[in-house]
Write a protein that binds this ligand. Structure first.
Ligand code: ADP
Ligand code: MG
Ligand code: MG
Length: 891
């Protein structure tokens, strides 16, 4: 049996590795132990392990005697360190009960403070502190918190009761309440509890403690927690730890305070302390939005033009100590820290530290700065950037020259620009986004219940809350632009209207947010493409230095190719040719080709397409001069090019002079029951070789032409799709080679080129050894390979894949992240068998998975030569490939 409780603080050195292991005592517990271990002032406490949570939730939600004994020992540790006793009316120990999963996770139980207070111990707190107001304030906070988060009672009645007392006395702020008022409120609160619960508020401090412990474990199974786990790929069996810790009090008068801080600016990455604090306050007062928090540093206060003193000014001693701790923690963790602290009568206490959430921009700046500061090395900097977070930087920002109709300005809580229709609640956001609409979630403030709506929204706007409010923190984590605390905004939920000054905006009206400046604008403001310079460029240089695999792009237009090259693509991994057939100017020639009665008819139509195709390839080769370009010959079934509506048939009849009836009959003939497995891919080339002949000729003519003009020849890689057998490839390779020879003879030059195939059928993977006799390269078409291996049509999967992932049948959507266990085996096998036949066989991946970091790591391990991703994902793939190579080299 593993140890189930680990103590921290009170001079312990935290030697046991498990006592500092996030997977065992959770992130919060591990860092509290770590801080205590290096001698920082941390109130003593203990952590109950995540293993206990998993056991509890698996075994009828009960606690055994061994755990009860271990918790009793933990309490003794705190009692010894503080000189107080839990439940002792003369000298009571109060504790906080805090949840802490491996990674910080919304949806988990909120912290309960001041646990251990009851009608008897509150008197002890009064006499011990000599401050009756403080003692009764603490007790009323405890009853309200415990009732809300542990007992699940309606918090509105508690809020109303406080309002009534304030109104009766003509008070505006909580600060005006004195001891008698808080005591009276405690009486009201207890009555409310008894009324709702049918029994009194628990007076037994041990019952209070176990109730809170159970509530933490239960919250692991809450809907909110489950949604968050699903969105963030957190396994259900991780569990959460519980931290029980001696209370320190920020609400003991004007020399006490509580605050949150970052060691660097989490929005910009700037090397400056950043934080908010409140005098005479407790716990989450700073983020709750009840009082407006003050700035931590004088520089920030002056910049914002705010009056209330900074902590630097008001408590220079404690602030100086805090600044020392900031630097110590950064050097210790070699990363930016997000810190929670309390000052009790001038003494500083550390209550939490963790690696701070940051915007992608800040992450880049910090990583690059820290390398220059000598804090970390390049490999660490590379490992530290979440490739997917780069996405935020790869997308457009507001055009500085576009006109802006600024409605108001809030706090620049999470950078990036977003435009969309206003929605006022999370469900509406999710619903409208699922219909393809861009929406901006507009709320007074957000709470963990809004997570799904925040995820669905392009941006978030709140009327209340600071830079560390829920909306701000979550938006930064998700990479959603966010403007918080736009105090000029009010929301009328009955008419679903937002009001800003004299402007009224209905739900559905368009607004634009600039999360970097805090501006809120009416309508949709024009945006500009991002620039990949500065820290981004530096990190990319490092990534390129450390990666082994090449990165190409899936691109089929010159514009896509340009974007891809700008993003650092080293070639095209997949150029689909079907869209070239759909072009408005050509579709009628394509249809003529399809409708032709014989080969001669088809060739006549194809002759019209040849110059057009050649021009397409020319412009792509020009952009990709000197680089490999993989061109996939026509893949979709021909019926896709035929008209669907009556009007389209009528148009086609007119253009071709063929009767509508005839056209419809031909379309009927081409109809397939299962087009995905039908007359497509190389099967088209086998049955209508003249189509592939035309395409091959267009490719080689274009390549010769570009080589002639620029002197920098492209390297065409002609790819035959949907091959299952060696014979198919043999026939079609011969066809391509024949065209190459013809064109080269006509043009009087030869160029390097390759013919290869896509591996997208299980049979092709199985027969890879034989197919490699013909193929000079394999490109894993993992979209189709996933469909054909799983027997799941990707176009129909939406209906069941959600529940499949929720129930853990597939850990992630297999069309987004490669099914490494299953499909991955086919890839590995095909790579091995192919290379056994042809050691120089070039291997790449061109499915969606080429831009997914986990799949990229698999490609590295399998020894592929390159991955190919959509243009905007190229930098993501470059970084992920570097991370994979570095991780592999550390094994
Ligand atoms: P979260 O995970 O939501 O950040 P925490 O467990 O950190 O929740 O608790 C929130 C706040 O409660 C802390 O920032 C701190 O201000 C306060 N708090 C928690 N434990 C204590 C304690 N032992 N003494 C004083 N304040 C505490
Ligand atoms: Mg919280
Ligand atoms: Mg916290």
């Amino acid at each position: 049996m593993n140890q189930s409780v680990y103590n921290f603080g009170g001079g312990l050195r935290q030697d046991a590795p498990r006592s500092r292991d996030k997977t065992i005592v959770g992130g919060k517990g591990a860092n509290l132990a770590e801080m205590a271990g290096i001698g920082l002032p941390v109130p003593p406490g203990f952590s109950i392990t995540t293993e206990v949570c998993t056991a509890y939730n698996g075994a009828g939600k009960t606690f055994d005697d061994a755990l009860r004994a271990a918790v009793a020992d933990g309490l003794k540790h705190i009692e010894a360190a503080t000189g107080r006793s839990f439940g002792d009316p003369a000298n009571p120990l109060l504790v906080s009960v805090r949840s802490g999963a491996r990674v910080s996770m919304p949806g988990m139980m909120d912290t309960v403070l001041n646990l251990g207070l009851n009608d008897a111990t509150v008197e002890g707190l009064v006499s011990g502190s000599g401050d009756a107001r403080f003692a009764w304030d603490s007790y009323r906070r405890f009853i309200q918190m415990y009732s809300d988060v542990v007992l699940g009672l309606d918090h509105h009645r508690f809020e109303d009761a406080l309002e009534i007392i304030k109104e009766d006395n003509g008070f505006f702020a909580d600060i005006e309440m004195n001891a008698e008022h808080w005591q009276a409120l405690v009486k009201d609160y207890k009555a409310i509890v008894e009324d709702q619960l049918g029994k009194p508020f628990p007076q037994d401090v041990h019952e209070q403690l176990w109730g809170a412990i159970a509530a933490v474990f239960d919250s692991w199974e809450s809907d909110r927690a489950k949604v968050y786990r699903r969105l963030n790929d957190i396994p259900a069996d991780w569990g959460t730890a519980v931290n029980v810790q001696a209370m320190v009090f920020g609400n003991m008068g004007d020399t006490s305070a509580t605050g949150v801080a970052f060691t660097r600016d989490p929005a910009t990455g700037e090397r400056a302390y950043y934080g908010e604090w409140l005098v005479n306050a407790q716990g989450e007062d700073v983020v709750a939005g009840i009082r407006t928090p003050q700035y931590l540093t004088t520089a920030a206060r002056t910049r914002a033009g705010a009056k209330p003193l900074s902590m630097e000014e008001a408590m220079p001693g404690a602030y100086g100590e805090l600044a020392t701790v900031f630097d110590l923690l950064e050097r210790h963790y070699r990363d930016m820290q997000d810190i929670e602290f309390t000052v009790e009568q001038g003494k500083l206490w550390m209550l939490q530290t963790r690696s701070g959430k940051r915007t992608a921009k800040a992450a880049l700046k910090m990583a690059v700065d820290m390398v220059h500061e000598g804090l970390i090395d390049e490999a660490t900097a590379i490992a530290r950037i979440d490739p997917m977070a780069l996405d935020q930087l790869l997308h457009p920002t507001l055009d500085p020259n576009a006109p802006r109709d600024v409605l108001t300005r809030g706090l620049p809580a999470s950078p990036g620009a977003a435009a969309g229709a206003i929605v006022f609640d999370a469900d509406t956001a999710e619903h409208r986004a699922s219909l393809g609409e861009s929406v901006i979630l507009v709320r007074v403030e957000t709470s963990p219940e809004d997570i799904h709506g925040m995820h669905a929204a392009k941006g978030i706007l709140t009327a209340r809350g600071g830079m560390t409010s829920h909306a701000a923190v979550v938006a930064r984590g998700m990479g959603r632009p966010c403007v918080s605390g736009a105090s000029a905004l009010s929301i009328d939920m009955t008419t679903r209207t937002a009001r800003i000054g004299d402007r009224a905006l209905k739900e559905g009206e368009l607004i634009t947010l600039d999360g970097a400046s805090g501006e809120v604008m009416a309508g949709e403001v024009a945006m500009v493409e991002p620039e990949l310079v500065g820290d981004f460029g530096t990190l990319m240089v490092w990534a390129d230095k450390h990666r082994r695999m090449k990165v190409r792009a899936n691109a089929e237009t010159p514009l896509d190719c340009q974007v891809a090259r700008q993003f650092g693509a080293e070639g095209v991994g997949l150029c689909r040719t079907e869209h070239m057939f759909f072009d408005a100017g050509r579709i009628s020639a394509v249809r003529q080709m399809i409708l032709a009665d014989d080969e001669t008819g088809r060739r006549t139509a194809l002759a019209k397409l040849l110059p057009e195709q050649r021009a397409d390839f020319q412009s792509i080769f020009e952009v990709m001069a000197g680089l490999p370009v993989t061109i996939r010959l026509l893949d979709p079934p021909l019926h896709e090019f035929l008209p669907h509506s009556d009007a389209e048939f009528a148009d086609l009849a007119e253009a071709t002079g063929v009767g509508v009836d005839h056209l419809k009959r031909r379309a009927g003939e081409l109809h397939e029951f299962n087009p995905m497995l039908g007359h497509r891919g190389c099967r088209l080339g086998i049955t209508f070789p003249e189509i592939y002949e035309m395409q091959a000729r267009a490719i080689f003519e274009a390549a010769c032409d570009v080589a002639e003009k620029s002197g920098d020849a492209p390297i065409p890689e002609v790819m035959i799709p949907l091959v299952a057998t060696k014979r198919e490839l043999e026939i079609l390779k011969a066809l391509v080679d024949r065209q190459a020879a013809l064109v080269f003879a006509e043009q009087g030059r030869t160029l390097e080129y390759l013919v290869g195939t896509m591996i997208e059928l299980p049979r092709a993977a199985l027969m890879a050894g034989e197919i490699a006799e013909e193929a000079m390269f394999f490109s894993f078409g993992t979209n189709d390979l996933t469909q054909t291996t799983l027997g799941v049509s990707r176009d129909d999967a939406a209906r069941f894949l959600g529940p499949y992932v929720e129930q853990g049948i597939y850990p992630r959507d297999p069309f987004v992240s490669l099914d490494i266990d299953g499909v991955g085996q086919l890839v590995t096998m095909a790579a091995e068998r192919g290379r056994a036949t042809r050691p120089a066989l070039k291997l790449g991946i061109c499915g969606e998975h080429g831009g997914d970091p986990a799949s990229i790591a698999f490609c590295e391990a399998t020894g592929l030569d390159y991955v190919s991703a959509s243009p905007y994902r190229v930098p993501i793939a470059r970084l992920a490939a570097a991370q994979a190579a570095l991780a592999a080299s550390q094994l």
